[in-house]
Ligand binder design. Structure first.
Ligand SMILES: *Cc1c(COP(=O)(O)O)cnc(C)c1O
Length: 436
């Protein structure tokens, strides 16, 4: 699989879905909204509870992303600059896990789609470079954001450096103290990283006043990053998961996987992805769901979430805020409540109280199912995968691996399983060390 800039020229051939040939970076993002049997409930204004207008979002996001948030067009063209950046690590490999199959003694064929080949080691740059691009085109000079374990902060810092923007990141206090490497990654890219809650914002000061020893949460850090963007006309805010435009950008994962499977004459029976805010799961699974809805394919999708933060399997489906201070729009989603502070599980990227509205809606419609995985079982699966395939999965990704391994162990026939391996665990080795 080559990654030279030549590969990002428009593909000479497309299949009947309009998906590019597998050896090339996709030309378009895929939008599940075009194929849903019922539209996804709209985001609401936090005070009026009326559907959001583009003007409501303009202080935080560029118009191109606001349009992508609500579009129902099936295909959205990927700007050439973004395709060229994608070509630094895309297409990502789809690999058959032959040694894992053997170790499990399963008749199933197991493939993994590996997003750990990106420069920061996860799927998050797929949306980071797109968001930085549209902001740069609109003349914005700085992006603010929050991060948990640091994958998103590192991804956005990298994207901002590639596109000439400043980047300011609020990182959940517990991770800021315990996991310094991704902060070093952010700083290497030129990003600035603060622990959250901080005394730099009004919402941060209020949270510190309420609980000076708080270890922070993603919801608190979002409040700070949103406030910092809203009070600076040259700055916008960027979110690494949950929103429709993020899932749209991540659809390159599933489109490539579909094309790669087509090329080798395989059809996925079941797809496993880990679910925190829902972006890598949606990115991998939605192109498969689109094929189910349009062409009567029957690929099943299983969202794998941590038992310690089970928004899909235990949360309520209702309108809720994305942050603690209640500054964000109201999103209809599966939620554990905006004030839920998850226990400090190792998979930092899965510690969010809500689930993407589009994933939540698809779950309500019965288009996908969900399971909750205990941390012990997730790490056991991660170690088993590492010993069979060599790659040490990110702690988040181990939840998908655990779901797939349990399924493969029980399989009695030669079905085809696809695992979304959202990232590698090289910067999370202390968590593996504790487990081993
Ligand atoms: C952030 C992250 C996740 C969780 O986020 P989603 O939006 O649910 O994809 C999963 N895996 C990795 C490697 C991450 O960095």
């Amino acid at each position: 699989m080559t990654t030279t800039p030549d590969d990002v020229r428009p593909a000479p051939r497309t299949d009947p879905l309009g998906v590019v040939v597998p050896s090339s970076v996709p030309t378009h993002w895929y939008n599940l909204a075009a194929d849903l049997p019922e539209p996804c409930p709209p985001a609401l204004h936090p005070s009026t509870r009326e559907p959001l207008t583009p003007d409501d979002l303009a202080p935080l996001f560029p118009m191109a992303l606001i349009a992508q948030e609500v579009t129902t067009e099936r295909w959205v063209e990927i700007p050439q600059t973004v395709r060229e950046l994608y070509a630094l690590w895309r297409p990502s490999p789809l690999v058959r896990a032959v040694r894992l199959e053997r170790a499990l003694g399963t008749p199933a064929r197991i493939y993994y789609k590996y997003e750990g080949v990106s420069p920061v080691g996860s799927h998050k740059p797929n949306t980071a470079v797109a968001q930085a691009y549209y902001n740069a085109v609109e003349g914005i000079t700085k992006l603010t954001t929050e991060t948990g374990a640091g994958q998103w902060g590192a991804s956005l810092s990298m994207a901002c450096s590639l596109l000439g923007l400043e980047c300011e990141v609020w990182q959940v206090r517990a991770s800021y103290d315990a996991k310094p490497y991704r902060r070093m990654q952010m700083e290497t890219y030129g990003g600035v990283c603060h622990p959250s809650p901080s005394d730099l914002t009004e919402s941060g000061r209020a949270m510190l006043a309420a609980d000076p020893d708080t270890t922070g949460s993603l919801g608190m850090a979002i409040s700070e990053a949103v406030e910092a963007a809203a009070t600076n006309p040259a700055a916008h805010y960027a979110l690494g998961s949950v929103l429709n435009h993020v899932l749209l950008h991540q659809s390159v994962i599933g489109q490539e996987a579909l094309a790669q499977l087509d090329e080798i004459g395989e059809t996925a029976d079941v797809v496993f992805g880990c679910a925190g805010g829902g972006s890598n799961l949606g990115g991998l699974a939605f192109p498969f769901l689109g094929r189910n809805l349009r062409d009567g394919a029957t690929t099943r999708v299983v969202a794998c979430e941590p038992a310690a933060c089970p928004s899909l399997t235990q949360g309520e489906y209702r309108y809720d805020f994305g942050d603690v201070a209640g500054l964000t729009p109201l999103l209809k989603m599966h939620t554990l409540g905006k004030d839920f502070v998850p226990p400090p599980i190792h998979a930092g990227g899965l510690r969010y109280h809500g689930m993407a509205p589009m994933v939540s809606h698809a779950y309500e419609l019965g288009l996908l199912s969900a399971i909750a995985v205990e941390q012990e079982d997730a790490f056991a699966a991660g170690v088993e995968f590492a010993r069979a395939e060599g790659i040490i999965p990110a702690p988040e990704s181990t939840h998908a691996v655990a779901g797939a391994i349990a399924h493969a162990r029980a399989a009695t026939e030669a079905e085809t399983i696809v695992i979304g391996l959202s990232g590698n665990g090289i910067l999370d080795l202390p968590a593996y060390h504790q487990y081993v």
